[in-house]
Every structure is written in structure tokens, then in C-alpha cells.
Write a protein that binds this ligand. Sequence first.
Ligand code: CTP
Ligand SMILES: C[C@](O)(CO)[C@H](O)COP(=O)(O)O
Length: 374
Amino acid sequence: MSDISLVLLGAGSSSRFDAPVKKQWLFSGEIPLWLHVTEQFEHLGHFAKIIIVSTNEEINIMKNFADYTYVIGGSSRQESLSNALQVVDTPYVLVSDIARCCIDPKVLGRLLESKGECACVVPTLKAVDTLYYEGKPIDRENVRSIQTPQLSYTDTLKRALETSYSFTDESSAIAALGEEILFVEGSAMAHKLTTVEDLGKLPCLTPPSSRTLTGFGIDTHPFEEGKEMKLGGIKIEVDYGFKAHSDGDVAIHALIDALLGAAGMGDIGELYPDTDNNYADIDSQKLLRDTVKRITSYGYTIGNVDMTIVAQAPRIGAYKAKMRKNLASLLNIPPHLVNIKATTSEKLGFIGRKEGVTVHAVANLNYYQWQRLL
Ligand SMILES: Nc1ccn([C@@H]2O[C@H](COP(=O)(O)OP(=O)(O)OP(=O)(O)O)[C@@H](O)[C@H]2O)c(=O)n1
Ligand SMILES: C[C@](O)(CO)[C@H](O)COP(=O)(O)O
């Protein structure tokens, strides 16, 4: 049994990464970056526990990829680390930024060989440029830039973080206790992914696969007298609408389920529960916009969508072109990639009796091709 737990910090908001995708969710081949990092560590070392820190929503999606110990992060790196340390019960803890996504086996080897020599062992790089501080040149031999992973005594690190002071890494928190820090040689491979330009400096990342992911959605709503009818975000000129917790736009609901299905993100009821008053009478276009934003930030782009509206009444034909345009704009894709079909049920069943409408939808997603940013 290993005496080291691994903590991978990934609860950041990726705000300096100027792309629609969160950096943690860029796909390398078939897997998201956070998993790519985790698998490199798993391959290179033995850990009593692997703890991944992320947001509550992301953890729900991460669990579909792999079983690890997941911990909800905080509003700073330090808070996220403190949350993770609560579930660490080994004498040592190795902490790394998911943003430092390429792991150099030699650096990990150096850290593990030095285990126990100091309260904290840290990979560092020497400065290669001439350096000035406050307008005056300084001796660069005294300067180091600090990387992750960092190997610490768990108890010392926990003690070091019992403070309101904000440290930028483990080593500086432990140094503030007066403990000695051991520097080992770091690596250019451990470059931190902060901005889009950094993508060109990360040799372990491969472009995402060209896989297409397909999702299917279906929804039914009964008619209700005296309500406004919305389908695909377009007002339908009839004097009845749909009975629903939201505005009842059955076409958009089926489409949301198709998108979530393709992304493996559950269904509309999990994201926007009909028991939640925030969604009472809500314009379903808002829910679609939110769904698009989420699936985009988790690494997907929309290929195309197709739907069939099964309705004996109302007649849909006159609205199809408008719906296509509107949905294309909500999905941020060109209109030729949105297809809308309508059919009756040949007077059969509840649809034939004009009691309600069913919509079937299909959506195709691809992984965000981040290498095109370079
Ligand atoms: N509240 C936070 C903030 C950061 N991190 C993690 O700490 C590491 C270093 O942070 P950084 O590279 O700055 O990532 P972000 O905070 O996501 O980036 P930005 O500052 O651009 O928003 C990242 O792996 C990040 O996910 C974290 O776990 N919890
Ligand atoms: C921990 C770190 O990666 C060491 O260099 C760095 O301090 C993280 O800084 P950030 O501002 O949280 O990205």
C-alpha cells in the first residue's frame, strides 16, 4: 500500500484561457485533459488515493468517465487544496495542478526519491534570462520558478494552510512555517496551460479524435386552453398552448435532451428540474442557450441537429423556416445544419385525437478542435 495520496487541482475557472472550452475539458485523443493528466500519474506511480478537485457540476460529468475520489473545490487554489486535504489520510501528499498537464517521469522520479528528506520537495527551474527587480539587475542564480507536482508531509501541509493568508503553492505555505524546502530539477514539459498560446508548448497533448457523438431526445406535452404556444422558440398562431412547468416548448425540450445525450450529460430534468420554481413558465430558449454553453465549455461543438414534430394539430409547415433560423442562431451553427420535419400520426392515438404533440430530435457533436487555435 502506498503512503502517498495524489491531489489533482482542477476547480479553476479557466478565465485566462480565451476559448469557449474550459482548459480542463480540452480533449486529447478520446479523453479530456483532466483525465489525461490523471492517467499519466496512474501510469507512473502508485498512490493510496487519487483525489480530483473540481466543481460540483463537473464532478457529476467526470464520474461518467472514471471512478476516483472527487472533491468539490473552493474559490481559490488554496481553498480547493484545503478541501482535498480533508480526505487525505496518508503521511505524504503529492499535489499537482491539472493545468500542468504534461508529467515528466524524470521529475516524478526525483520527487519520489527525495521523499521524507524535507517537509516539501519541489521541482524548480533556473532563470535563463537576465533579471531586474524594481529597476535593478539581480543575481539570477538566486532565482527559481516553481512547478508542480510538489510532495509534502500531509500533517505539515495541513498545518501550513490553517491561516487566512493566501499562498500560491504548497511550498510557500510550508516555508512560512519555517520549514526547509528541498528543490529538485524541474522540466520544461511541466509548462502550465494558462492561455491559448501555451497549447503549442505541451508535447504530451494530441489533437482530439474526429469521433462524432450522437444523441437522441423525445418529449411530449398535452395541450392546454388559453396558453400561448411556442415551438422551436416561435409563436404558433393558435388559441391553445402546452401544459407544462416551463413554457412547454416541446421541440426545444427534445432538442436539449438530444444534445445532452450526445454529450453524455444526462437529461433535461436533471439540469432544469420541474420541481424548481426558477424554471416555472421559463422561456425554453433560455434553457437551450444554457445547454449550448455547458456542452461547449465541456469540450464539444455541435455538428448538426434534426427533429420531427409529430402533430395532428396545429399545422407546422408555415413555421418550419422560421424555427430553423431561430434554432440555428440559438445553437450558433448555420441554418443548413438544423433540419425540422413535421408529420401527423394519421389520426392515431393521443396525437391523432389532437390532445398533444410529440417531438423526436437527434443531435451530433464533435470534440472541440483546439489545435486550430494555434
Ligand atoms: N479555485 C481554484 C482555482 C484554481 N484551481 C486549480 O489550480 C491550478 C492553477 O490555477 P490556474 O492555472 O490559474 O487555473 P485557473 O484558475 O482555471 O485559470 P485562471 O486563473 O485563468 O482562471 C489549476 O489546475 C486550477 O484548476 C483550483 O483547483 N481551484
Ligand atoms: C502552483 C503553481 O503552479 C506553482 O508555480 C502556481 O503558483 C499556480 O499559480 P496560479 O496563479 O494559481 O495559476
